[in-house]
Structure formats: C-alpha cells, structure tokens
Design a protein around this ligand. Structure first.
Ligand code: ADP
Ligand code: MG
Length: 399
C-alpha cells in the first residue's frame, strides 16, 4: 500500500525526521490561504499523486505569491499527472501540498528497502540526490553507499556515522543525520513498511537537514495492526478494478489483454496466464479467489471480472484442494443467472468433488464451454474469444 508524500512526512515527523513546514489543500483558494498561513515569500506547490518523477512532469512548481499559487493549482487540480512511474494513463490530482521553499545546498538520496538476498533491511544512500535511484545506479554507481541492518540489534549509531562520513556530510550535521536515519529505521520496522525513501534529503543554505520528499510503502497484509496507517489509503490513486477487488477480499491485478481469468492460488494463476499466452491470447487480469471459495465469493469474482469492459472471454481454472468444485460450480451458475454474460465462459475444474461440480454445470443448461486439462482450457478460451471477435467484426461490418 502506498501513501502520499505529505502523509509520509507526517508519519516520519513522529519519528524525528524533519521536513519544511507545509499544509494540504483541496482547492486552489485553499492552497493560497494555506500559503498565507505558512508565511514566507517562496513556496513549492506539490501535486499529491502516488508516483515519483512529479518534478519533471510539472507536478512540483516554485511560486512567489499567493496569486501564482492559485493559478498554478488551477492548472493542476483535476488533471492527470503523467510521470515515468504512472503509466500513460497518469494519476488524478485531487490534493496539493503547499510547502515553504528552502534554499538547497546539497541533495542526498536516502532509501530503506528490504534486501531479499541478505534478508535484512538495507540502507541505500548517495550524494547524488534528486535523481531517481535507477538513474543513479546507471550513471553514478560508485556514489551509492549501502549498509545492512542486523535485526537483532537494530540500526547502530556507528553505522549512521559511517554513512555520513562516506557521503562527506559535514561533522556538524552528523548527529542530525544519524537521528534522521534512526527515525526512518524505526518508522520502517514499527509501521511494517516495505520501503521508505527520502529523495532528496537536503542540506539547506542555513545548515539544516530536511526531507524535501518522502515516500513510504507498506505491507498490506500487516495493515490490520496499524489502523491509522490503513486509513491513509487513497482509492483515487489505485486501479479502480483493483480497489473494488480489495474491498471484496479478492486478489486482483488488472492487465491489458482480453481474457479474464478466475483462478485459485497465485501459482495456478501464473501458469494459467502463461498457457493463455502460449495459446495466442492475452490475459485481462490475474484474479485469485483463494482457498475455500464459497459460491458467493465466486459470483463476486465473476461480477468483478465482467465489470472490465476489455474482457471478451472468461476462463475459470480451479484446482480444488481446500476448495470444492461443486461450490465453485454453484458460484458460476449463480453468477451467470444474476449477471448478463455476453462473453464465452470456459471452465476447467479438477480436484475435490469434481464430478459433482461437472454435474452442476451440465444440469444448469448454461452455455458453458468445459475443458479437462489446463492447455485445453487455454486453447478453448483463446479459440472462443477469436471466434467471437471475428463474428463481432462481421456484425459491425453489416450494420
Ligand atoms: P518528485 O521526486 O516526485 O519529482 P520532489 O518532492 O522530489 O518530487 O520534488 C522535485 C524537486 O523539487 C526536488 O528534487 C527539489 O529539488 C525540489 N523541491 C521539492 N520540494 C522543495 C522545497 N520545499 N523547497 C525547495 N525545493 C524543493
Ligand atoms: Mg523526489
């Protein structure tokens, strides 16, 4: 789960990480008002979207008056910001953060990530802040400093001093730098984050250390332990198909193809997508209904997949261990009764109560295309989709 920059700054502030004074606005007038409240004569207007690279995309602007702030915000609010991280569709701007502009002397990159090879939290830092870490590692790989944290003892002050030394930070700021690192590490572990990134962490003209940007990502499965963080979720920044699924307790990833997949288990979902590709099709999604799926849950999954207008065929592939094929079959029949399904539905069931499941499908009288093996299912799904497509094209040509 991602959160906005202003929210990450607010959370990190509780752990002693300093950033410039700022305030949130939901309209251009409010932004100007906020700037007057903050005082000063230079502000930075920052579009709050769940993506980096906003500066280059025009989502971060320096302003010198409240009029300028209002005008800048009028151009930003309601627009989609397209950065190299958002994809071509961009992300909607509905919140803007107004922050005091600070004089920057030096920009530092600071990141906390889970390093899978060492199975530890790793600190990644570089004196080349402001650039994206991907560009730093391509252009200036030698500037990157790494440190691994031993979980039994946590981040140690000497490690912070070592990093400060390697980055050439002035000794007068070492203590503050260490406090920033220790605060980020505590926030990371105590809030079940999977990533904390401050880019840039700056040294100001008056020798202060401030986080000018902040990004935090959390382990969604741990959010029940942190209701305050869970509430920071902003659905306007998510793929609507994925947020609808999350609300229904389903694991869903939207993709660009046309064949909707309803599968149980992530491994089987991956295999199903591979088989669809092998048969010449493209999956429209990855939907894992999980173990122990009730008819109701299957029906929900159906409605969800069908709500994606790109879906032109649905492949249900269930290998029932904990699941029961008869329940899944009942769910499919229930969904087909409730929802008008105009696309071919291909079902492959295997495992617990498969005979019962097949009977339910056959007895329903629904136009369900059945398959016994995974490859057969994928071929039939792609075949039915192509067939439908050619008929659709013909029909459109006639009218
Ligand atoms: P993004 O990483 O999405 O482009 P940032 O918050 O990092 O957005 O802002 C981009 C750049 O704008 C920063 O690298 C910094 O140079 C400048 N900037 C951001 N906030 C401030 C601020 N409060 N004062 C001065 N410059 C800022
Ligand atoms: Mg940044």
């Amino acid at each position: 789960m991602d959160i906005h920059e202003y929210q990450a700054k607010e959370l990190l502030a509780r752990f002693g990480v300093a950033s410039p004074e700022g305030a949130l606005a939901y309209s251009p007038e409010q932004a100007a008002y906020r700037a007057r409240e903050l005082g000063g004569d230079k502000w930075v207007v920052k579009a709050q979207v769940h993506a980096g690279g906003r500066g280059k995309a025009g989502g971060v602007k320096l302003c010198h008056s409240d009029r300028e702030i209002e005008q800048t915000c009028e151009n930003l609010f309601g627009r989609k910001l397209v950065t190299h991280q958002t994809g071509p569709e961009g992300k909607g701007i509905y919140r803007i953060y107004v922050e005091a502009a600070v004089p920057i002397d030096r920009e530092i990159y600071l990141g906390f990530v889970l390093d899978r090879s060492s199975q530890r939290v790793m600190i990644v830092a570089s004196g080349e802040g402001g650039m994206e870490i991907e560009d730093i590692s391509a252009d200036k790989p030698d500037s990157i400093v790494r440190a691994i944290v031993e979980p039994a003892v946590g981040l140690q002050e000497f490690q912070c001093r070592q990093i400060a030394f390697k980055l050439g930070i002035d000794p007068s700021l070492t203590q503050q730098f260490a406090r920033t690192l220790l605060g980020c590490y505590r926030a990371f572990t105590e809030l079940d984050a999977t990533m904390v990134e401050i880019n840039p962490l700056v040294i100001t003209g008056d020798n202060r250390l401030l986080a000018l940007d902040a990004k935090m990502t959390f382990d969604t499965n741990a959010m029940f332990r942190h209701p305050y963080v869970a509430e920071l979720r902003d659905k306007s920044q998510e793929d609507p198909r994925e947020s609808r699924a999350a609300d229904r307790g389903l694991n869903y990833v939207g993709l660009d193809g046309n064949i909707g997949c309803i599968v149980n288990g992530a491994g089987l979902a991956m295999a199903t997508m591979d088989m669809i590709k092998l048969a010449g099709g493209e999956p429209a999604n990855f939907l894992d209904i999980g173990g122990g799926a009730t008819p109701d849950r299957v029906a929900k999954a159906f409605r969800l997949v069908l709500s994606d207008s790109n879906v032109q065929a649905i492949l249900v592939n269930i290998f029932a261990g904990i699941n029961r094929c008869d329940w899944v079959a009942e769910g499919i029949v229930q969904a087909l009764k409730e929802v008008e399904v105009e696309v071919p539905v291909i079902v492959r069931l295997a495992g617990t109560n498969v005979e019962e499941g097949q009977k339910i499908l056959a007895r329903s009288g629904m136009p369900i295309i059945r398959a016994t093996t995974l490859s057969q299912a994928a071929e039939r799904a792609v075949g039915a989709w192509q067939n439908d497509l050619s008929q659709g094209v013909k029909m459109r040509a006639v009218t």
